[in-house]
Design a protein around this ligand. Structure first.
Ligand SMILES: Cc1cc2nc3c(=O)[nH]c(=O)nc-3n(C[C@H](O)[C@H](O)[C@H](O)COP(=O)(O)OP(=O)(O)OC[C@H]3O[C@@H](n4cnc5c(N)ncnc54)[C@H](O)[C@@H]3O)c2cc1C
Length: 380
């Protein structure tokens, strides 16, 4: 079998690339996913957050383009994605964080994003039930929100399939074939010949890179999510506002009749283990109960862990990597779901030989060897 493009990975990135290639008339494409379903790795385990509030220009621009697409997703792609723009509220308690956010907000405003500065009382009004003790300042962007990662992924994939893209599940890539440029992939189902391969394997991207002789600095890092049913009569937001306590990285948002929350664990070591570590919950519980007293003694109805796909600067790698014909779109460092529309569009343009109209230098792999990195500060 021969394909013009083989995409490895059926998360939001692979699906977005497939959709955007098809939109550009490139439909002799095969998307390979090792699992039985699309979108059940990091994409199916994330918090659904979508925001403009980043610190690097490249990330803010990815957000602006992606959020425009989320706003019209059903009309453009033909699938509902349950997008609610109830805002993102960042709580800041330390002068060094306020300083960093002053720079970031100035950048966001220069790029046309409407972001407000609030004091502690203003923050409390945005999210009823919040305890704002210690909060010195807050930022709020009303057009940020949350959406459904499964809807986005399946929407992109279904539209690509309608246009002729072939999607194969239970198809694991085991080798990349190279005869100078790439020449194919060996999968659990046989060989596919191709001169163009897209590595969209998220936390597994370094493994696929190694198969092509390329070292990709992308490492898997476990992160937890808990769903809690607050006590009767507890006060908590009626909207889906996403609140982030930047000092601790504790965050929450309403999830149906419950609350979704999480927090980073600074002791977590890179690895592929995604079993839930309840010691992490023990560390989060007091922070959560302090910031949102409704979570004090709330019952946990569900929990899971998934993998961030971390790069050293928390910025993705998008573009050619290694032998001719090998491309990567991975390493989004815990904020890839929301950037999948723009990132997939950009890589599809590059593959189609079009001008992506985007400065790709912050995404180039050689930034690490050149020492030309600007790290994203707004990683939670
Ligand atoms: C707890 C948590 C919360 C998060 N919250 C947010 C958030 O609020 N907002 C946000 O934007 N992002 C968030 N993220 C990050 C986001 O989930 C990821 O950045 C995004 O899903 C990456 O998508 P992907 O398609 O690159 O990777 P994945 O969804 O992991 O897809 C990669 C796919 O490649 C497949 N694969 C791997 N190896 C092979 C192989 N050899 N052959 C074939 N297939 C293979 C895997 O099975 C997988 O399905 C969160 C992540 C986690 C873990």
């Amino acid at each position: 079998m021969t394909a013009d493009v083989v995409i490895i990975g059926g998360g939001c990135m692979g699906a977005s690339v497939a959709y955007h290639l098809a939109e550009r008339g490139i439909t002799n494409v095969v998307l390979l996913e090792k699992e039985a379903q699309l979108g059940i790795a990091s994409t199916g385990r994330n918090a659904g957050g979508v925001r403009h509030q980043f610190s690097t220009e490249a990330n803010v621009l990815l957000s602006i383009e992606s959020i425009k697409m989320f706003e019209q997703f059903e009309d453009i792609v033909g699938a509902p994605i349950d997008f609610h723009q109830d805002g993102y509220l960042f709580l800041l308690a330390q002068p060094k964080h306020i300083e960093a956010f002053e720079e970031a907000v100035a950048l966001q405003r220069r790029l046309g994003v409407h972001v407000d500065w609030l004091d502690a009382q203003g923050a409390a009004r945005c999210a009823p039930g919040l305890n704002v003790d210690g909060v010195q300042a807050a930022t709020f962007c009303a057009r940020d929100g949350i959406s459904d990662p499964n809807g986005v992924t399946m929407g992109f994939a279904a539209a690509a399939k309608r246009a002729g893209v072939e999607i194969r599940r239970n198809a694991e890539v085991r080798r990349i074939l190279v005869d100078g440029p790439v020449s194919g992939v060996e999968t659990s189902e046989g060989v596919i010949n191709t001169r163009c391969i897209v590595n969209a394997t998220g936390a597994w991207a370094a493994q696929i890179g190694a198969m092509a002789g390329v070292e990709l600095p992308i490492s898997p890092l476990r992160r937890h999510i808990f769903i809690a049913a607050p006590r009767a009569h507890a006060i908590w937001p009626s909207t889906r506002v996403l609140v982030i306590d930047f000092e601790t990285s504790f965050y929450f948002h309403r999830e149906g009749a419950n609350l979704l929350f999480g927090m980073g664990d600074p002791t977590e070591q890179p690895g592929f283990d995604i079993t839930v570590n309840w010691k992490v919950f023990e560390a989060i519980a007091p922070v959560a109960a302090r910031r949102l007293p409704a979570l004090d003694d709330a019952s946990i109805v569900k929990s899971w862990a998934g993998l961030y796909e971390m790069t050293p600067d928390a910025m993705p790698i998008i573009g050619p990597t290694g032998p001719d014909g090998m491309f990567t779109i991975a390493g989004f460092s815990g904020h890839g779901f929301q950037h999948s529309p723009a990132a997939g569009r950009i890589l599809a343009d590059v593959i189609a030989g079009r001008d992506p109209k985007f400065d790709l230098s912050p995404f180039r792999l050689d930034r690490f060897s050149r020492g030309a990195i600007e790290s994203e500060v707004g990683v939670v």
